[in-house]
Design a protein around this ligand. Structure first.
Ligand SMILES: Nc1ncnc2c1ncn2[C@@H]1O[C@H](COP(=O)(O)OP(=O)(O)O)[C@@H](O)[C@H]1O
Ligand SMILES: [Mg+2]
Length: 303
C-alpha cells in the first residue's frame, strides 16, 4: 500500500457525504487499481482541485499515471472526449474503470506545465494552437450540449440578478442577451471546457499536450475564456489592450467570427457569474468584469 496525505485541495473540493466517502476509500481504491492493471507506483502523488494523480509504471515498463476522481457526468464527458481526440493534441487514454472515475493515462511531464513558460505570447500561442486542433473535431454523440447548458443559464438569470448590485446585474443581463442571440446556433464541436495553462503539460510525443478535459458539444467561442483570464498579471498593466491582444490571437488561430466568439465568451463570463452567486459571493470577480467590459466596448478604428 502506498502512503500519502490527502491533499487539502481535495478535502475542500469533496465535502459532500459522497465526496468524503470517496476520499476515505482512496487508498484502498488505489491499491485495487494498481493490482488490476499490474502497476507499480513510481513517484509522489500530484493533484489538482478535483483529482489525485499517481505516477506508475506498467508491467511492460511504460510510464503512465493513474488518475482518480469521483465518477460524475464530467468524468463521463472527459472519457468521451479523450476517446474522440485519440491522443491528437491531448493526453492518451490507456484504460479506465467501469465507473469512469479512474483513468490510466499516458505519462507527461508534470514538472513542466505550460504555466511555467515565462513568455506570455509564447504560452498563449501554444494554447491557441491546441485549442484550434481540439475544437476542430466534431463532438461524438451523447455528450452534454452547450445549447442545454446555455438555456439553463438563461433560466437562472432573473434569480441571480436579485443577488447583485445594479452594475453587476446590468452586466449579467447584457451577457445573457448576447447568449440569447447566438443560442439558436450553439455549435457541434468537441470542446475542452477548461484549457488553462496548468492543463497543458510537456510531452515527448508532442511538445505540449492537453490534459483534464470536461468535454461538451458546442461552439469553440465558449472555450476561449481560460486563455483570457489566466496569467492575469501579464495583461494587468493595460487590461483593454492585453485582453484584445489575447482575444484577437485566439480568434485568428481558431478562425472564429469575432462577434460570435464575443457572445460565447460573454456566455462563459455569465457562467462564472452564476457560479459565484450560487456560492454566495456578493459581487462579480473584477477580472471577469474587465474581460466582459473590454469585449463589449466598441473597437477603436485604426488611424
Ligand atoms: N498524464 C499526466 N502525466 C503526468 N502528470 C499528470 C498527468 N495528468 C495529470 N497530471 C498531474 O496531476 C495534476 C492534476 O491532474 P488534472 O487532470 O489536471 O486534474 P484536476 O481536475 O484535479 O486539475 C496535474 O496538474 C498534473 O500535475
Ligand atoms: Mg487540472
Amino acid at each position: 500500500m502506498i502512503s500519502f496525505d490527502i491533499p487539502d485541495a481535495l478535502v475542500r473540493s469533496h465535502r459532500s457525504p459522497e465526496g468524503r466517502a470517496w476520499l476515505a476509500a482512496l487508498p484502498a481504491s488505489i491499491a485495487e487499481n494498481l493490482e488490476t492493471w499490474s502497476l507499480r507506483p513510481d513517484g509522489p502523488v500530484r493533484n489538482g482541485m478535483a483529482s489525485l494523480v499517481l505516477p506508475v509504471v506498467r508491467a511492460d515498463g511504460t510510464p503512465a499515471v493513474l488518475r482518480l476522481q469521483p465518477p460524475t457526468e464530467e468524468t463521463a464527458g472527459a472519457l468521451a472526449g479523450l476517446r474522440a481526440w485519440d491522443g491528437d493534441g491531448v493526453v492518451r487514454l490507456l484504460d479506465h474503470d467501469a465507473g469512469g472515475g479512474v483513468m490510466l493515462l499516458e505519462r507527461l511531464d508534470a514538472t513542466r506545465p505550460l504555466s511555467s513558460v515565462a513568455d506570455d505570447e509564447e504560452a498563449l500561442t501554444v494554447l491557441a494552437g491546441l485549442l484550434a486542433r481540439l475544437t476542430a473535431v466534431p463532438a461524438p454523440p451523447g455528450l452534454r450540449r452547450l445549447s442545454d447548458i446555455a438555456a439553463a443559464m438563461l433560466d437562472q438569470v432573473p434569480w441571480a440578478v436579485r443577488h447583485l448590485g445594479p452594475e453587476d446585474a446590468a452586466l449579467v443581463r447584457t451577457c445573457a442577451a448576447a447568449v440569447a442571440e447566438v443560442l439558436p446556433e450553439p455549435g457541434d464541436r468537441l470542446l475542452h471546457w477548461d484549457l488553462h495553462y496548468d492543463n497543458v503539460l510537456a510531452g515527448e510525443r508532442e511538445p505540449w499536450l492537453a490534459i483534464d478535459p470536461e468535454s461538451l458539444a458546442g461552439d469553440p467561442g465558449f472555450d476561449l475564456l481560460p486563455a483570457l483570464d489566466n496569467r492575469w498579471e501579464a495583461v494587468a498593466g493595460d487590461v483593454p489592450g492585453g485582453v484584445r491582444r489575447r482575444f484577437d490571437l485566439l480568434t485568428d488561430a481558431l478562425s472564429l467570427d469575432r462577434d460570435r466568439a464575443t457572445a460565447w465568451t460573454l456566455g462563459r463570463v455569465l457562467q462564472n457569474a452564476l457560479w459565484d452567486v450560487e456560492d454566495g459571493k456578493p459581487a462579480l470577480e473584477p477580472v471577469q468584469v474587465a474581460i466582459a467590459t473590454t469585449l463589449l466596448a466598441p473597437r477603436r478604428r485604426l488611424g
